[in-house]
Write a protein that binds this ligand. Structure first.
Ligand code: PGA
Length: 251
């Protein structure tokens, strides 16, 4: 069975003090024992403060991005080693805001993925189509190119910790959650691609999350779908009560 993941992406929100307050609230509220893997991804500046809370409870820490080089003259960038040292076990790569606002290409995301794995970080690779692409019937073609180019040249043995997030761009931050049927269809298609590339047992063991306006009122319907193994959550991860409700989706 694939262990469910509820991951919060704080994006460019909260100072380190505010992040710490949010996590202290969460630590207090969330179940002490849970079958859900909980991950929070605050901004870089909050990571150290966040790790002081997360290391004492069952919340794992992740970053929202990283640079592919180990070190050097890359002003403003952060390496895998720096993230590890700040308490991260996870890193989100290829988020749609990185792809569409910062023009990250599949080749760059592929280089980051390789560097993350080498640096001992578990990657959450995000893929998803824009509204225009969906309307033109290109959803599967986009998912296929993002996945195949993103994972190019990486051996199956290096992908044991890989998590994929299917995040339709039109559903992110818009309140327009994909229907459970559409969300599941995207995740199912991604799993079929994994089967083709790496075989059925790899595909069956890999966790695929849905992301895009996941809220306490729609989580249960999404999580009851056959191929949705969790959620990557933006807005609702910034509210202690909402994120706690998401973690408790199966109660
Ligand atoms: P949202 O963001 O939940 O605010 O739609 C999701 C994401 O960007 O991962």
């Amino acid at each position: 069975m694939r262990k469910p993941i509820i991951a919060g992406n704080h994006k460019m929100n909260l100072t380190w003090q505010e992040t710490q307050d949010l996590l202290l609230c969460l630590k207090e509220k969330m179940p002490k024992q849970t079958d859900v893997e909980v991950i929070v991804c605050p901004p870089f500046t909050s990571l150290s403060a966040a790790s002081m809370v997360t290391r004492e409870c069952c919340i794992a820490l992740g970053a929202q991005n990283m640079h592919q080089a180990e070190k050097g003259a890359f002003t403003g960038e952060i390496s895998a080693q720096m993230l590890k040292a700040s308490g991260c076990d996870w890193v989100i790569l290829g988020h749609s805001e990185r792809r569409h606002i910062f023009n990250e290409a599949n080749t760059e995301i592929n280089a980051k993925l390789k560097a993350a794995i080498k640096g001992g970080l578990k990657p959450i690779l995000c893929v998803g189509e824009t509204l225009a692409e969906r309307q033109k019937g290109q959803t599967n073609a986009i998912l296929q190119s993002q996945l195949e180019e993103g994972l190019a040249g990486i051996a199956e043995s290096d992908l044991q910790q890989l998590v994929i997030a299917y995040e339709p761009v039109w559903a992110i931050g818009t309140g327009q959650t994909a229907t459970p049927q559409n969300a599941n269809a995207g995740c199912q298609f991604i799993r079929s691609l994994l089967t083709t590339c790496y075989g059925a047992s790899f595909a069956e063991g890999t966790r695929i999350l849905y992301g895009g306006s996941v809220k306490p009122h729609n989580i249960q319907a999404l999580m009851s779908c056959s191929d949705i193994d969790g959620a990557l959550v933006g807005g609702a991860s910034l509210k202690c009560a909402d994120f706690n409700a998401l973690i408790r989706f199966n109660e």
